[in-house]
Design a protein around this ligand. Structure first.
Ligand SMILES: [Ca+2]
Length: 446
């Protein structure tokens, strides 16, 4: 184990030099001044690609491209490359709203409207008919020349991210949100609570309840939130991507590369898996996760997660308390320029295998289980938003294995950030582009 840690540390020197290409990105000078370094080796792309429009016959593997990392084999049949399944009724994709700048989250409200977040630091309320409200005041905004004190780092995969409702939202109008905060010693994910005014025009009582450790570079912030049935809050944190940082996903002292479980004031619940270990970060709920961007409960109350892997190993996991999901000791993936993590090991003793993985990468983000009535054949399916892939996938599950896969939303040609099942039984998806869109998927005519 020790020698592997040393190897990882040595490998960090390979990635030290950085492309000075900020000007080409059109960044605001207030962000350029932070001298954030992209976490890529010059010349090595880390992003996946939009999936092709071409489809195989039903019953054949949906992914027809060759694997990027053919050396990694599935650890059980069906762990990757499920067969194409097609919904039997025609599905219409309706753009409900446009111009949502780098939208991140759909949070349905008790009355069926939605709070929608945008990465520059906005929450708007949007109706199912597409009426888009003005930004609600009080939300942390991104730093820019116009807002030099703005605390939000809207860069790389960061920005203002998630919002979820307090279990008593109907009476207390309280929400929790996550964003990437610019700090004197770098940047990191911050979790706050706030209270919406009765006229829905502003937030007040803004309280910071958790701050992740800071790091100087940008990337892999996690930021996904979920309220649990027992009134706790889950927060995911990525491992901050750099070689010298990623092993922290295996440290019980660091919250990075983890899913955290907290009381609603940010404190650690006494029944957390590591809470009784004096040297541990007591909020840790699950570990060994590179950048988990999706969380959802299935019908049996089990927690599932989607994880951005390296180039070739995006994962779907069933999350159990105290579970170790392997990163960076085990992965089916390769890093940029074909570097293997931990010698290419796709399993590691004591770590949990993903239910499913994708190669080539398609960058999974938000996930949602379908339990509506509008499309009966979707019951129990897992919908996954894909950033790089530019689509929503539908995963058909049987005995905790993926037995079928379908793609939607390629017509938008955008990165898809979030997916939710609405109270109307439709699937609602949100795209991450400058002209971000809210799209409804439902049987034609319904
Ligand atoms: Ca894993």
């Amino acid at each position: 184990m020790k020698s592997k840690l040393l190897l990882l540390a040595a490998a960090s020197t390979l990635i030290g030099t950085i492309a000075p290409a900020f000007a080409q990105r059109g960044l605001d000078p207030a962000i350029t001044a932070l001298k954030l370094t992209p976490n890529i080796t010059p010349g090595c792309g880390v992003a996946g690609r939009r999936v092709p429009d071409t489809l195989p016959p039903v019953g054949k593997p949906l992914e027809m491209r060759p694997p990027v990392n053919p050396a990694a084999k599935p650890n059980f049949p069906g762990q990757t490359r499920a067969n194409y399944v097609k919904t039997s009724v025609p599905i219409t994709e309706t753009v409900i709203a446009k111009g949502l700048e780098r939208a991140w989250k759909i949070q349905f409200l008790p009355d069926g409207r939605m709070m929608i977040t945008e990465r520059p630091g906005r929450i708007r309320i949007v109706t199912q008919q597409g009426v888009v409200g003005e930004p609600i005041a009080g939300v942390p905004v991104s730093r820019s020349t116009a807002n030099p004190q703005g605390p939000v780092l809207n860069f790389s995969d960061g920005g203002f991210m998630d919002v979820v409702l307090d279990p008593d939202y109907r009476t207390n109008r309280k929400v929790y949100w996550s964003f990437v905060e610019i700090r004197p010693n770098g940047n990191g994910t911050t979790l706050q609570s706030a209270v919406l005014s009765p006229d829905e025009k502003s937030f007040s009582n803004i309280t910071t309840i958790f701050t992740s450790p800071s790091w100087v570079n940008a990337g892999h912030y996690g930021g996904k939130l979920l309220i649990t049935p027992d009134r706790k809050i889950l927060l995911t944190l990525g491992e901050r991507i750099d070689w010298e940082m990623r092993i922290l996903a295996q440290s019980i002292q660091s919250p990075l590369g983890k899913i955290l479980r907290m009381n609603l004031d940010g404190s650690a619940p006494a029944d957390n898996p590591l809470a009784k270990l004096a040297e541990s970060e007591p909020r840790i709920y699950a570990m060994g996760l590179r950048n988990n961007l999706g969380l959802a409960y299935d019908a049996r109350g089990r927690l599932w997660g989607s994880e951005i892997g390296p180039l070739t190993a995006d994962e779907i996991n069933i999350i159990v308390p105290g579970g170790n999901y392997g990163w960076p000791l085990a992965s089916h993936g390769q890093d940029a320029c074909g570097q293997h993590t931990n010698g290419g090991a796709s399993s590691y003793p004591g770590t949990i295998q993903p239910i499913y993985y994708w190669d080539p990468t398609i960058a999974p983000s938000g996930i949602a289980f379908y339990n509506g009535k509008l499309v009966p054949e979707w019951q129990g399916n897992l919908f996954v938003a894909h950033l790089a892939g530019g689509h929503v996938s539908r995963l058909v599950l049987k005995n905790d294995r993926v037995v079928g896969e379908e793609r939607f939303l390629l017509s938008q040609n955008q990165r898809v950030r979030d997916v939710q099942m609405g109270p109307d039984g439709a699937i609602w998806a949100l795209t991450d582009n400058i002209d971000g869109r809210l799209v409804r998927l439902a049987p034609t005519g319904k």
